[in-house]
Design a protein around this ligand. Structure first.
Ligand SMILES: [Cu+2]
Length: 120
């Protein structure tokens, strides 16, 4: 039997270790019809790996100024930010502090949006 508290401790230790290495990895689920989480915290001016997974039955898209802002360095980006069901994509970026909204631009998906808070 695995004790939940022990698992929690291991997960917390792993998260702390990841932070100390300066590694930022965030997984965002695109669902029908919301992003989860819809508020994402990133540290400024260090590379962040953002993986978006379409867990829904609809195609979804990830769009926002984070992807077009000249102050944001896109270190690695997919050709398209539109995702078919079951697909995922990863973007690696480095951004200055700021608040960056994002949303799904698929017709009829208004309100499917979130915010990336980049903090120093
Ligand atoms: Cu959508």
């Amino acid at each position: 039997m695995v004790r939940p508290l022990l698992v929690l401790a291991i997960v917390a230790a792993a998260a702390l270790a990841a932070c100390e290495q300066g590694d930022q990895t965030v997984r965002v689920a695109a669902q029908d019809f919301r992003f989860s989480p819809d508020t994402i915290h990133l540290r400024a001016d260090v590379p962040a790996r953002l993986t978006i997974v379409n867990e829904g039955r609809e195609p979804h898209e990830f769009a926002g100024p984070l992807l077009t802002d000249a102050r944001v360095r896109l270190l690695s980006a997919p050709e398209s930010f539109r995702l078919l069901p079951g697909r995922s994509m990863t973007v690696i970026l480095q951004a200055p502090p700021g608040t960056y909204p994002f949303r799904c631009r698929v017709r009829g998906h208004a309100g499917m949006e979130g915010t990336i808070l980049v903090e120093s």
